[in-house]
Design a protein around this ligand. Structure first.
Ligand code: ATP
Length: 456
């Protein structure tokens, strides 16, 4: 990975149509981002690759797309209304609201884990080490209070509290509440999984870092329902499976590591993250949790509906345990971009900047480039054919060198150059992004070459 700063990545993403600041013409809206024409393709490809691995290729795995707005009792059952909160305090001078735990983490540089501290202990640490407001430098804080992270809204026309509903803060509950519907309709037998990709919303105070932590984001989640005695082994399987997925996307294993949670939720028997080495340091990319029977037991209790599963062979009735694997699509997108970004010095001293994206994730799989504009009669039919199968770019403006650079910059794995020889023998030059090697092939062979290159 070349030396990449977050500021550089933000500028790159803007310039290349990957990600723009949200509501930018109105001065932006803190921590919201819009995916541009290139970014939306990459993100969709990330979600597709994930779905392929965790639904299509996983036996006994079923997808759902649950509603974002759920009965608010769901969030009582899940514990979110009572305790989905962050410890926050306000700077008395500039009125900025900060997360106490984030401030301590940044100061302690990994030597202390604020997740294991009470609010009083955090307060003492902040006073003792005179932690100042990062915005104005003052050291005057209000006492730490817990703030719920859920966005509230009201259903219907009246503004009464009984109509209060929430934008879901996680997708997981959509999988849990549909456990029996999926099991019965798909005649699924435990162990089986329910997967979902969808938006979640958290009213977080975030210290920047681009799309790492945003108030609106997408999660890709897989909940495995299994017998209690099998949960530990599935937990380990999912750790490996989650890591394998990242390695297959092209991550260097030196940039990934497992990190066990220091503090477990009272119902969990094991929990870990996979962390990635982002420009700001090691941070969580995804989580894997062995959650016991907590989720189904809570929904059974709060809904009054039995969530028991009946074993079709033994007739035994029990509440399955849950092994959860959850990864943010945006956070993975950020890691993918950081990992792919590269700058190299070519012979002659010119700098080539490129995205070494896995071809499966690249926005455009191939670009068709006629050497000169007057070769469009030969180039257009090749483009027309390729675009039926792949996202294909067509570019006839500027020197061929500049056009290659433009495609390198957005990570297009293959470029097809149409020249005057094409008119005689219907051959084209195919150039590979990373090696810049060129090969002369029949125009009819290009589609098969692209298909082979972008397989995941
Ligand atoms: P963190 O400790 O970073 O707040 P978390 O442990 O609360 O994350 P989970 O609730 O386990 O995260 O969510 C699962 C995944 O969803 C995370 O690993 C991350 O990839 C993603 N995620 C969570 N919160 C955000 C956010 N605010 N913005 C972007 N992605 C997020």
């Amino acid at each position: 990975m070349s030396k990449l700063t977050m500021d550089k990545l933000v500028a790159l993403c803007k310039g290349r149509g990957i990600i723009f600041a949200g509501s930018e013409i109105y001065g932006g809206m803190g921590n919201t981002w819009d995916y541009g024409p290139v970014g939306v393709e990459i993100k969709n490809n990330i979600k597709r690759a994930w779905w392929k691995r965790f639904v299509q290729e996983s036996e006994n795995s079923f997808g759902v797309d649950a509603a974002i707005l759920m009965n608010s009792r769901v969030w009582d059952a899940s514990g979110h209304t009572a305790s989905f909160s962050d410890p926050k305090m306000d700077c008395k001078k500039c009125k900025s609201r900060m997360r106490a735990d984030t401030l301590i983490s940044a100061h302690a540089k990994g030597k202390i884990n604020p997740d294991t501290m009470t609010n009083e202990q955090m307060q003492d640490y902040i006073s003792e080490h005179k932690l100042a407001c990062p915005k104005c430098g003052a050291c005057e804080w209000t006492p730490i209070r817990q703030f719920n992270l859920m966005f509230e809204t009201n259903r219907g026309v009246t503004d009464e509290s009984q109509n209060k509903i929430y934008l879901r803060p996680e997708t997981a509950q959509g999988e849990f509440v549909n456990f029996l519907s999926v099991q019965r309709s798909m005649r699924a037998k435990v162990p089986f999984g329910i997967a979902q990709v969808g938006k979640a919303f958290r009213n977080e105070v975030t210290p920047g870092n681009f799309i790492f932590r945003t108030i609106e984001f997408e999660q890709m989640e897989h909940q495995l329902f299994c017998k209690s005695e099998e949960s530990e082994s599935f937990y380990n399987t999912y750790k490996e499976k989650a890591m394998r997925f990242l390695l297959d996307l092209g991550f260097d294993k030196e940039h990934l590591r497992f990190k066990d949670h220091d503090k477990l939720a009272h119902y969990a028997s094991a929990a870990c993250d996979i962390q990635f080495l982002y420009p700001m340091g090691w941070e969580e990319l995804n989580g894997i949790h062995n959650r016991g029977e907590w989720d189904l037991s809570r929904h059974q209790e709060y809904s009054g509906k039995s969530m028991l599963y009946t074993d079709p062979f033994t007739g035994e009735k029990y509440l399955p345990n849950v092994v959860e694997y959850s990864i943010g699509a945006d956070r993975l997108m950020l890691a993918v971009l950081c990992e792919a970004f590269d700058e190299e010095t070519l012979e002659g001293g010119e700098t080539r900047s490129l995205l070494r994206l896995s071809p499966a994730l690249a926005a455009y799989k191939v670009a068709v480039l006629p050497l000169q504009k007057n070769l469009s009669d030969a180039a257009k039919p090749i483009y027309e054919k390729l675009k039926k199968q792949f996202m294909t770019a067509y570019d006839d403006a500027g020197s061929i060198g500049k056009r290659y650079r433009r495609q390198d910059e957005i990570g297009t794995p293959l470029c097809v150059t149409v020249d005057f020889d094409t008119l005689n023998d219907n051959t084209v030059t195919v150039r590979e992004r990373d090696s810049m090697q060129q090969k002369r092939v029949k125009a009819d062979e290009v589609a098969a070459m692209v298909a082979d290159a972008v397989k995941f």
